[in-house]
Design a protein around this ligand. Structure first.
Ligand code: HSE
Length: 407
């Protein structure tokens, strides 16, 4: 920790000079005066990237061997903006074991090895911080860990992936085809290097797992979380949603149940326009948190992109320098703590063939309103049931698909 006014400049290394890493460089350079006033100064001593940056204005900063950074006793903080597990896991572990704090935007690494890396950081009296791993530029990790620390957090519901929210907004508001909207997300630097992680829901899954692990202290394993992306959403689903006064959003949610189990999942859902999350558009994310003291609180802002994400990374660096980094810790749970998906109930919006008798639908699903957007089918909303129950009941009808309704 640096005592304010002591004028000691802290030296850092940036590991990975892609979208986020170069954003960190830019924020540190652009806002250097303000940051120096807060911290005494943060100096980039190294940038690690295996690509050629010999024509960069500060090409002397670039190195290609991680050991150069980790073995330099002057460097006290490493910014890991490589993404992925390999070699980020190995580098992070090495840095923490040598007593250097690590700041990251790498949600895959935090979700997968956060428990272990946090423990290593604690054992070596340094910090492992990852504000940028969830919600891009939105402050959410620190508020949950510090400002809302007095609460028992009972539920988290959020739009946690900027790319898919951008894609859905482009489709819904501008009638843009999926592929074109995805290209836009990539061009704007929102999407993962492999955008499958975005569109199939894995990125949102990592983020809800990080948030839920943070507030429960128990590691939530991504592999065990029901995850569905947006690739099956059709323009017709969008039309139905509109007619219902709703929108479709990719939602990550978790809830601590009375039996102590945690219900956690990611899926596209229909949201009524009364739900504040329904108005979160484009690359923005929002996280709604229910605490037993505060009630409901919502965090909203840009969920991806170079400078918003870098803003969160640099804030973590500043926190470490100023000694404000709170203690974050979670560990592996004993036994199964996730509610089996087969027990989770929702209302569903269902599309069936127009030949299906409506009185049968009312009898079987308790539906009393039918929505039509075309001649060959109609839609309705069921009463609450599990997905298995829905599938069973639907088996005798010709169905064109269904989507969960977020109540
Ligand atoms: N691909 C991520 C997203 C980047 O679109 O939200 C920010 O984590």
């Amino acid at each position: 920790m640096i005592v304010l006014g002591s004028e000691k400049v802290v030296k850092i290394g940036i590991v990975g000079f892609g979208i986020v890493g170069s954003g960190v460089y830019e924020v540190l350079r652009t806002n250097s005066d303000g940051i120096a006033a807060k911290t005494g100064g943060i100096d980039i001593k190294y940038i690690l990237d295996i690509r050629d940056f010999s024509d960069h204005a500060e090409s002397h900063l670039f190195v290609s061997d991680f050991d150069t950074i980790v073995n330099d006793r002057e460097v006290s903080i490493i910014v890991e903006t490589m993404g992925g597990l390999t070699p980020a896991y190995e580098y992070t572990k090495k840095a923490l074991l040598s007593g250097k704090s690590v700041v990251t935007s790498n949600k895959e690494l935090v979700a997968t090895y956060g428990d272990e890396l946090l423990q290593i950081a604690a054992d070596n009296k340094c910090s492992y911080l990852f504000e940028a791993s969830v919600g891009g530029g939105i402050p959410v990790i620190r508020p949950l860990n510090q400002c809302l620390a007095a609460n028992k957090i009972e539920a988290i519901t959020g739009i946690l992936n900027g790319s898919t929210n951008y894609i859905l907004t482009q489709i819904i508001k501008h009638g843009q085809p999926f592929e074109e909207a995805l290209k836009g997300a990539q061009q704007n630097g929102y999407a993962e290097s492999d955008p499958t992680a975005d569109v199939e829901g894995h990125d949102a899954c990592r983020k809800i797992c990080i948030l839920t692990s943070l507030v429960t202290g128990k590691k939530i394993d991504c592999d065990k979380v029901y995850t569905q992306g947006i690739t099956n959403i059709t323009l017709r689903d969008v039309e139905y949603a509109e007619k219902l006064g709703s929108v479709i959003k990719l939602i990550g949610m978790s809830r601590v149940e009375d039996n102590g189990k945690i219900t956690v999942m990611v899926a596209p859902m229909m949201l009524s326009l009364n739900n504040p999350l329904s108005h979160v558009e484009s690359v923005n994310n929002a996280v709604m948190v229910s605490g037993n003291a505060i009630g409901d609180a919502m965090f909203y802002g840009p969920g991806a992109g170079k400078l918003p994400t870098a803003s969160a990374v640099v804030a973590d660096v500043i926190d470490i320098v100023c000694g404000g980094a709170g203690r974050i810790m979670w560990s592996k749970a004993d036994g199964e703590i996730i509610t089996p998906q087969s027990e989770v109930e929702f209302r569903f919006f269902v599309r069936v063939d127009s030949g299906v008798d409506k009185s049968e639908i009312t009898r079987v699903f308790g539906a009393n309103e039918y929505i039509t957007v075309c001649e060959d089918e109609y839609g309705f909303v069921t009463c609450k049931m599990t997905e298995n129950m829905l599938k069973q009941k639907l088996s005798t009808f010709v169905s064109a698909g269904y989507i969960r309704v977020l109540d």
